[in-house]
Design a protein around this ligand. Structure first.
Ligand SMILES: Nc1ncnc2c1ncn2[C@@H]1O[C@H](COP(=O)(O)OP(=O)(O)OP(=O)(O)O)[C@@H](O)[C@H]1O
Length: 277
């Protein structure tokens, strides 16, 4: 329930999904964003339960990135509010930023630092003592398979290595909630398994991971709670099994929810048959 002292008046609590009386990790109300004529996020209300692996899924252009950017304080909403751990993202940004880690889409890193230097810099920005930063950075580089590349400049990192060093930077201060936009994009299966292990350990400690993805199999195997977004709105949310319902897979349930079930190209690509030439 969300009637703690930080909770604004009228901020209704969601029914706890776990049956436990824990406040949501993230609470979103009436979130709205428009770019010119395009309404990207059209009134999102969502309570994200704490200690879960949350998947935010939706087709291209659904509004996932815009929502995550507003929830993490990177983009100012036109309307609505977001609370993280009971703190308002826009009224109390320092309190929120101390509690979250973010791996945004199109992550920009300090390219001319080595991986090790990047973590040292991030740790000091986060106010961690130097020896603590050193210890955590060494462990993260090791676990994420970047130890041998620690002195290489980030500009020379591959896509997957960039994701991993970005993840290490986001985890360094041990946040309560971690937001990841497409964390597995460009990551090889071995690295994906490593990242997965790190994230499972992290949620096992009671922390919350919110990540966006198009890859339903991944969401299905990793997440225990999902929110499905389409055309700027949340179409369904809740424990994975509930959202999947009677559908054979999350992919089927997703196609049904976003109204794309059974969509075929029909006659429109009848010229496309290079193999039959
Ligand atoms: N800076 C911007 N300027 C104009 N339109 C934008 C901007 N950012 C997003 N949009 C539009 O808002 C809508 C939602 O985009 P968003 O990137 O949030 O979707 P998404 O669900 O993350 O998509 P994808 O899965 O393809 O990354 C799209 O129609 C997009 O074109």
């Amino acid at each position: 329930m969300t009637t703690g002292e930080d909770t604004p008046e009228g901020h209704r609590a969601a029914a706890p999904e776990t049956g436990a009386a824990a406040p949501p990790a993230v609470s979103v109300r009436g979130l709205w964003k428009r770019f010119g004529e395009q309404v990207a996020v059209d009134g999102v209300d969502l309570d994200v339960p704490a200690g879960r692996f949350i998947g935010l899924v939706g087709p291209n252009g659904a509004g996932k990135t815009t929502t995550l950017a507003m929830v993490t304080g990177l983009l100012r909403p036109d309307a609505g509010r977001v609370l993280v751990g009971g703190h308002d993202v826009w009224a109390d940004p320092a309190a929120v930023k101390a509690r979250i880690g973010v791996l945004p889409e199109g992550l920009r890193l300090f390219e001319r630092l080595s991986g090790r230097e990047l973590l040292a810099y991030t740790g000091r920005l986060r106010g961690l003592p130097g020896d603590e930063v050193d210890e955590r950075a060494t462990q993260l580089l090791d676990v994420l398979g970047l130890a041998d590349a620690r002195h290489k400049l980030v500009i020379d990192y591959s896509t997957g290595m960039r994701k991993k060093i970005g993840l290490a930077a986001a985890l360094l201060h041990n946040p309560q909630v971690l937001f990841l936009d497409e964390p597995f994009e460009g990551v090889d299966p071995v690295s994906a398994q490593t990242i997965r292990g790190v994230l499972e350990r992290y949620t096992g400690s009671g922390a919350t991971v919110v990540f966006s993805s198009h890859v339903m199999e991944l969401v299905e195997s990793l997440c225990d709670w999902v929110a499905v977004m389409a055309t700027g709105r949340i179409r369904a949310h809740g424990p994975l099994a509930e959202v999947r319902g009677d559908a054979p897979s999350l992919q089927d349930a997703f196609l049904e929810l976003v109204g794309a079930s059974g969509r075929e190209p029909g006659q429109s690509l009848d010229w496309l048959g290079g193999g039959a030439r």
